[in-house]
Design a binder for this molecule. Structure first.
Ligand code: MF3
Ligand code: CO
Ligand code: CO
Length: 273
């Protein structure tokens, strides 16, 4: 190892997309497990009557209790420890005094920083009993994410991930949001490459062992269009149809990928009870 390699360790930047070694995978494993555990912690907590501020506080305290900092605190002026996106909110819902009501579906998106590594993950929750169409959307969205993850291996292309997600979601008569994508993650929160949740097989950059990124499809029951509310953050469906999202941070291995943010308790998809 020469001087430059030692200086850049544990990250090698070949062109645009960084390649990470075993120390990075260990760091991502640790922070990913913690972020997954935070989403597990919320399972019994999320019920009718709880506010999204309550969720935000629980995420903040769980992080600090475990030596981690929420990456969203102060990120581009954002002042909260997570995003809470209810019903037709696509992503980046801001925690507030809004009370969760029976029948809502809510996404909580947590990113922690531990030893410099960022673990970014989100999951859907049912508030009490939810309408069948809302549950179906969550199931389709989870399966879309998992099909995207299943496409990840060295030699595959970014387009293979997007195509796997889009083909499944659209076969279930749902639509894929285009305005937001997954991203490289690691020592920085949002890095190259963009991970589109739609696309064509064989197109885009080729995946290599050591790449680390998120897959986080946002899937709508209605049309794919979104708009941003006046707060500058909250993204909602233009047609006010329900939207769902799941997110994992993953690393490309020799023969596939490792999911860093898996639920330690096996609470992957609601209903969790
Ligand atoms: N966690 C989100 C993601 O998956 C980013 C949230 S940025 C915030 O990339 F500022 F809105 F919190
Ligand atoms: Co993300
Ligand atoms: Co996220």
């Amino acid at each position: 190892m020469n001087y430059i390699d030692a200086f850049d360790a544990p990250v090698r930047n070949t062109g645009q997309i960084k390649l990470y070694g075993p120390e990075a995978f260990e760091g991502m494993r640790k922070v990913g497990r913690l972020a997954g555990a935070a989403l597990d912690m919320l399972v019994p907590f999320i019920k009718p009557g709880v506010t999204t501020d309550d969720i935000d506080r629980a995420v903040y305290e769980f992080g600090l209790d475990n030596g981690a900092l929420p990456a969203t605190l102060g990120y581009r002026g954002y002042r909260h420890s997570c995003c809470t996106s209810i019903n037709h909110v696509v992503c980046h819902g801001i925690p507030s005094d809004r009370t969760l009501r029976e029948g809502d579906i809510v996404n909580v998106d947590v990113t922690y920083i531990l030893d410099g590594w960022h673990g970014d993950t989100n999951r859907m929750y049912y508030v009490g009993d939810v309408p069948r169409k809302a549950a179906r959307l969550c199931e389709v969205t989870y399966e879309s994410m998992m099909r995207g993850i299943a496409a990840v291996k060295p030699g595959a292309s970014l387009g293979d991930i997007g195509a796997a997600i889009q083909e499944y979601a659209e076969s279930e008569r749902c639509s894929v949001v285009r305005e937001f994508c997954g991203h490289g993650v690691g020592l920085v929160f949002h890095d190259m490459p963009n991970i589109l949740h739609y696309g064509r097989r064989g197109e885009g950059a080729k995946l290599k062992q050591g790449m680390i990124f998120t897959i986080e499809p946002m899937i709508n029951l209605g049309k794919p269009g979104v708009k941003i509310l006046a707060d500058g953050w909250t993204a909602v469906t233009r047609d006010r149809s329900l939207s769902a999202q799941f997110e994992h941070s993953i690393g490309v291995t020799a023969d596939g990928c490792e999911i860093f943010t898996k639920s330690p308790a096996g609470l992957d998809l609601p209903p969790y009870a």
